[in-house]
Design a protein around this ligand. Structure first.
Ligand SMILES: NC(=O)c1ccc[n+]([C@@H]2O[C@H](COP(=O)([O-])OP(=O)(O)OC[C@H]3O[C@@H](n4cnc5c(N)ncnc54)[C@H](OP(=O)(O)O)[C@@H]3O)[C@@H](O)[C@H]2O)c1
Length: 285
């Protein structure tokens, strides 16, 4: 497995397994299938409601802890009675307990909403204490990212953002490289939206290489240096999505995929006031 080196020297696999929208009851089996197929990076979140099942699969696998790279995410903290910094620590402890782990490899601020400066200060402490080997953010647009970097001690190691053939984020990636950060894609297949799996350009490239559209997309992203965490509940697809390093896309093929970019989200805009209000109103432990 190829690794990327994060800005604090921590090694992170470039390909992992995401568990968003996998129902709690199905998560353990899916993660066990992923671990059996060779995945070592797992991506969950407090908000996904399946950290316990991820932890159960890790335990059942018997894989040494140091061979795994586990990411989880902090949901927006409200701290009605206490402080956001204290609540961040509490949320982190709850995630660790649910995962059955004594540290995580990467802890991310899930949304650029609410008092994420206080959250970040608490996460810097978790990092200093060795409880989160690396810390980062998710869904941050370049302006929010630069502001956070310029007013804090630790530069986030990772920004996990929607990145797929229809929303390619080349400008975001360039800024992250300039600032010493790693881009990580969520929704590498755009969850199948916009006809991704039957797109003519992606299908033609796949046919020419004897690969599926999913494999072409994951190769295209990893060839760009983007960390990917595809989700599937089907063992055949889980294995297929892991088998993406035995071929290389040509510059011409990369150029054809570049033409698919629309420059816009297929999901939601983190700058839309209605969306900001809706997300900010969601509560979880
Ligand atoms: N930070 C954030 O705000 C955020 C937001 C969204 C996602 N994420 C993370 O990113 C991960 C991946 O994104 P995602 O789950 O939203 O979507 P995704 O990986 O783009 O797409 C998953 C969909 O593709 C299908 N699929 C998977 N492999 C396939 C293949 N080889 N051929 C055909 N269909 C295939 C899956 O169906 P089956 O399961 O039926 O195979 C599922 O419907 C998440 O699991 C999560 O860890 C983070």
């Amino acid at each position: 497995m190829q690794n990327v080196t994060l800005n604090n020297g921590v090694q992170m696999p470039i390909l992992g397994f995401g568990v968003y929208q996998i129902p709690d009851a199905e998560t353990q089996a899916a993660v066990e299938a992923a671990l059996a197929a060779g995945y070592r990076l797992l991506d969950t979140a407090a908000a996904y409601g399946n950290e316990e099942a991820v932890g159960a699969a890790i335990k059942a696998s018997g894989i040494a802890r140091e061979d795994l790279f586990v990411t989880t995410k902090l949901w927006i903290q409200h701290a009605p009675a206490g402080s956001v910094e204290e609540d961040t620590k509490l949320s982190f402890d709850n995630s660790l307990r649910r995962l059955g782990l004594d540290y995580v490899d990467l802890y991310l601020i899930h949304q650029p909403l609410g008092d994420y400066y206080s959250e970040w200060r608490a996460m810097q402490k978790l990092n200093a204490e060795g409880l989160a080997r690396a810390i980062g953010v998710s869904n941050f647009h370049p302006d929010r990212l630069v502001d956070l970097i310029d007013h804090n001690e630790i530069v986030p190691a990772v920004n996990q953002i929607e990145t797929h053939p229809f929303h390619q984020r080349a400008g975001d990636q360039a800024l992250m490289i300039e600032r010493g950060m790693q881009i990580e894609s969520w929704g590498p297949f755009a969850e199948g939206r916009n006809g991704l799996f039957t797109n003519p350009i992606l299908s033609e490239i796949g046919d020419a290489l004897g690969k599926s559209v999913a494999q072409v997309v994951l190769r295209w992203l990893t060839q760009r240096g983007v960390v990917v965490i595809p989700k599937s509940v089907r063992p055949d697809r889980i294995a297929q999505n892991f088998d993406v390093f035995g071929f290389t896309l040509t510059a011409e093929q990369m150029g054809r995929i570049a033409t698919l970019d629309t420059g816009a989200s297929l999901f939601f805009d983190h700058r839309d006031p209605a969306m900001v209000s809706w997300l900010g109103g969601r509560r979880n432990s």
